[in-house]
Design a protein around this ligand. Sequence first.
Ligand code: C2E
Ligand code: MG
Ligand code: MG
Ligand code: MG
Length: 281
Amino acid sequence: RAKQTGPDGLSFFSEDMNQRAVDRLNLEAGLRRAIDRDELLLHYQPKVSIETGAIIGAEALVRWRHPERGLVPPAEFVPVAEESGLIVHVSNWVLEAACRQIRQWMDEGLPAMHIAVNLSARDFSSSLPARVQELLERHKIGAEWLELEITEGMLMHHTAKVVAMMDEITALGVALSLDDFGTGYSSLSYLKRFPIDTLKIDRSFVISIPDDVDDCAIAGAIVSMSKQLKHNVIAEGVESGDQLAFLKSLGCDEIQGYLFSPPVPAETFAAMVREGKRLAA
Ligand code: C2E
Ligand code: MG
Ligand code: MG
Ligand code: MG
């Protein structure tokens, strides 16, 4: 099998379909062992203020340090984990690991900032607020450190219950952001109803700006809607200075992307914060 290394050191495999099917059968068992053996790890991708250029937080992104395959990206195991229900164990591991890391950064005197954890639809159950509260208390973490990224799909059903749960989470002081915004079934009415702090413009709308007029219009519409609804707005997957300049002209608040940094190990992220690494204007 051909092994290739991606921009942030992740490995990808080109495989035929039979191999894929076999891999998929083994994946679930492998992932169960991975959780037990602590083969998962988190990388952190900085989020940066466009106005000040300073790091304002990070997104925690899970990887699997596979004994034979090396660092496996989440696209190769999160979807399968979501289908099998194993995602709940993955998410528990991720929440624990992120909170342990936050505790360590607090002890080291790192300034408080949002560390965002991605959740899947299955994690979004009525027990979530209590779990989040328990984590904050057990790790003795200020709620201002934690952010949860959810997707539009999670907001589709059981509206009243979901709103109540989200209100409970935000009442703890934990910020909520809406990931991959624009790729789901967005509607203005639910943006008003749900207690969302931040909208994340999906990378698919960012990739072709400023050349593609339609994507520019979509990005512009999301930014101005965010402003009017008093939400923070961040653009994902910003890779170029031209993209940054355009987003800045729209009044977008923050960016995340390879232009500033790919996801990096925890120590590397902390070093960037300590050194005061900034986005070049
Ligand atoms: P996401 O939450 O939208 O995360 C952003 C993804 O975009 C990350 O991919 C990140 O590495 C990538 N990215 C950031 N900047 C750039 C850029 O400038 N260019 C390009 N080409 N890509 C960029 P990653 O880490 O492979 O994660 C993929 C997806 O896997 C995530 O998308 C999220 O949906 C899921 N995921 C990752 N970690 C977790 C987790 O702990 N739990 C759950 N449930 N899902 C996770
Ligand atoms: Mg995310
Ligand atoms: Mg995203
Ligand atoms: Mg995305």
